[in-house]
Ligand binder design. Sequence first.
Ligand code: ZN
Length: 344
Amino acid sequence: MRLPASWPRFPAACWSRGDRAGGPAGRRPTPSGSGSPCFWPRRSTRWHGCWSRWTGRCGPMRRFMSAVSSWRGRPTMAEPSPSASLLTTSWDDGHPLDMRLAERLLRHGVTGTFYVPVRNRADRPVMTAADLRELAAAGFEIGSHTADHRRLPGLSRADAGRQMADGRAALEDILGRPVDGFCFPGGRPGRWGRLLARELGFSYARTTQMLRIDAGADPFAMATTAQIYPHRPAALWRNWLRHGGGGSRLAILRALALRGGVAQDVALGDALAVLARRTALRHGVFHLWGHSWEIDARGLWGALDRALAAAAAAFPTESRVVNRALVTLRPVNAPPPRPQDSFP
Ligand SMILES: [Zn+2]
């Protein structure tokens, strides 16, 4: 385990979901970031999930209560610190179009991390070994995305571990250097993902949680700010609710909820540009992520250029980092936006 001491350690999941790691019997901490312990007695495990859902201690009701309670002052981001603002990007799936994407990043002076599976079972091609070496030589971080781009929630612990270990080993063979970054395909760690990431020696694992301008409290559930994708408001609301809600995240949701009547790529590019500028002003972390194949299929290269240009103008060169740096630098934001703020 290489969990940095500066990160608070939380269990992978609530006790009611079957995770008994950490904490004395009968006094189980709740999922990361919530801060309030779950004191349900151990002997009531069998009914815990049922009762707790209705009492709001765990499960969907708990997440809803957590979302609501954030408006009463519960922080949903890491504690403020004097750290400088940071800009990072990450790109999933290792599609050959990542090379075109890397050119755009370099043109704007922005770096980032590419999460690459060895094969993609969704019948999408992946970059060659030479491409990966070229990206690494250009200063980009290469992270693992399992061997076959398998989503972990549907796998047994053994299969999930194999996917994670084999994917990383193949990348290390290609690159000739250690690979310690991981991104969950589909964004969800499932029952074992975070635990396995720790056990296998990864330094961090990125999720698809959005609407944050900090890296999150748990390095094995790294959060992001926005995806370069014209999400419908309903999708943003689902992401907001699934990851604990929060007034500050709601402000970012409002900024990203695209209005009708405007060309999608223009509206998305403008929204991301303003979001990047506001994040820099708040000394937060602007973490843009996406898929090159999706950008190409939806004609979002212009939106990407607008977002990267604005981000590069807002963040000084020394604050543009790869995902791995979020773990060691532990950048956090200045006081988060209030729910009533217009953000942007
Ligand atoms: Zn993926």
